[in-house]
Structure formats: C-alpha cells, structure tokens
Design a protein around this ligand. Structure first.
Ligand SMILES: [Zn+2]
Length: 280
C-alpha cells in the first residue's frame, strides 16, 4: 500500500514536472510590434511572458517603410501583431490578407484622431502620454485575449505602467501651463497630439512631407523673430539641410528628438523637457 502510494506520488511528480516544463516552453508569447515605442509598452504589460520584436527600427522612416520578405515571415510566425494604427502601417492590409489567423491589436482604438488637410489621419498618436494610456489598455486586452489564464498578471503590469504615464501627463500639464510661449518649430510635424494635449503650437519646416520652399522658410524666419524662438527640433531620419539653413538665418540651436526611440517613457520625458526648455 505504502509502496503503491510512493509510486503514485512519484508519477504525479513526473507529470507535474512535465507540465511545468511544457508551460515554460510555451511561455514566450511571440509579439511583433511595428515601432519601438510599442515594444516598450508590450514588454511593460507582458513582462517575462512575451518576446517582443520590432519591425521598424529607430532611425528608419516609418512613413515610407515596407516590410521585407523575411519580415513577412516574422509576422506570419507571431502570436500577436501590435500596430500603432491611425494610418501609420499603410502596408498592413497586404500582410493580413495572407495571414488571416493572425491576431492584431490596433492600439489606436479609442484615440481621438487628428485629421490632416484631405482627411488623412495623423499617425503620431504615441507621442502623447494621454493617447499611450489608451494604447497600453488595447495592448493589455490583446494579450488577455490570447493568454486569458494570465489575465491578472497583465492587469497588474498594465496598472503599474499606466501609473507612470499618468504621472508623466501630470508633469507635462504643470510644465506647459507655466511656459510663457507656446510655439515651437520642428522639421517634421510629429508632435500634433502632444501639442493638442498641452495647448502648444508646432510649426513644421516641411510642407506636406516635402522640403520647404524659400517663401515658406522666410515666413518661418519671420515667425521665429516675432515669437523669439531660438530652437529648431529635428528628427534623425530626415535631411537636416533646411533646418541648418534656417538655424543659421535665425541664429538658432538645432536639437534632435527621436519619436521612435525604444526607451519610450524616458525618451518622451526628455523630449517634452527639451520642448519646454525652448518655451521658457
Ligand atoms: Zn513621423
């Protein structure tokens, strides 16, 4: 009898070990995020249960990006595809046509979208911590859908990260209600949502994705004089030529901000601080 019980417990132990091992093997949920800021959000919510790769690396130009054949395979093999939405991944429909079973999270769900001239969506939603709180909630919902057993884990992680985003939002609120000036010059208009949320005005050097003409540049130089603007913000993936020309004309400082940096929260705090410093 005792012996029998011993064998049964031994068997149970084996089974349990087997289970644990199997679970560990399956625990890496493969997530593909289209841009690096989303990777941080997925990692924050998914913790050690997810393996996240990024499609469009920092420094690449997302507005003209198209996935390579090997990236198509990478997406096909993913358990979850996390996209920014709001028109950033204009190439995505093609991918989904050949991968009907792929689960996709559109992180822009619920975000109040800014529309440009002809109704095109402005895709730069992640650059406001108010929007990214919604993005994080959408990501959490996606993870819970494919891995409902660990829902509580995701919810706890989500809440911890949301707390950080809320506190960044509060800091920005305080900072920008105290700046005397509100207008800042950028090469590429990535800061529309940020500006909407903190009562600012971004003035882009580029004219609808084109290098600016002389008349536009002259108008910006005038504006900079009138508003005592002494900083121009540029992005690493764009040609700095017109920014350099105009900064010489204005005697302004050129500061590089990278909207696609991987250390999302830290980078957004840094960028916001730089913009605030230019308005002080
Ligand atoms: Zn952009």
């Amino acid at each position: 009898m005792n012996n029998k019980r011993f064998i049964v417990s031994l068997l149970l132990l084996f089974l349990l070990c087997g289970c644990v091992e199997q679970k560990e093997e399956a625990s890496g949920i493969k997530v593909v995020a289209t841009i690096a800021p989303l990777q941080e959000m997925v990692k924050a919510v998914g913790g050690d249960r997810v393996i996240v790769s990024v499609l469009i690396p920092p420094g690449a130009e997302p507005h003209s990006f198209e996935p390579s054949p090997s990236q198509m395979v990478q997406m096909a093999e993913a358990d979850l595809l996390v996209k920014n939405g709001a028109g950033l991944e204009f190439w995505m429909d093609k991918v989904l046509q050949s991968n009907e079973n792929l689960t996709v999270v559109d992180t822009s769900e619920g975000v109040r979208i800014i529309r440009e001239g002809e109704g095109a969506e402005d895709p730069h939603i992640w650059l406001s911590p108010r929007n990214s709180q919604l993005q994080v909630e959408n990501i959490c919902r996606g993870l819970m859908e494919i891995d409902p057993e660990n829902g509580d884990y995701y919810l706890q992680n989500r809440d911890r990260y949301l707390q950080k985003l809320r506190s960044l939002d509060q800091d920005f609120n305080r900072t920008f209600s105290n700046t005397t000036r509100k207008t800042f010059i950028v090469d590429h208009p990535a800061w529309s949502y940020f500006s909407r949320d903190y009562g600012l005005v971004q003035v882009p050097l580029m004219e609808s994705e084109q290098e600016p003409g002389p008349r536009h540049l002259a108008a910006i130089v005038d504006l900079a004089r009138n508003e005592s603007i002494t900083t121009i913000f540029v992005e690493p993936e764009f040609n700095p030529k017109s920014a350099e020309v105009i900064s010489r004309e204005m005697n302004a400082t050129v500061i590089s901000l990278d909207p696609l940096a991987g250390n999302y929260l830290e980078n957004l705090r840094y960028s916001g601080q730089k913009i605030a410093d230019s308005l002080a």
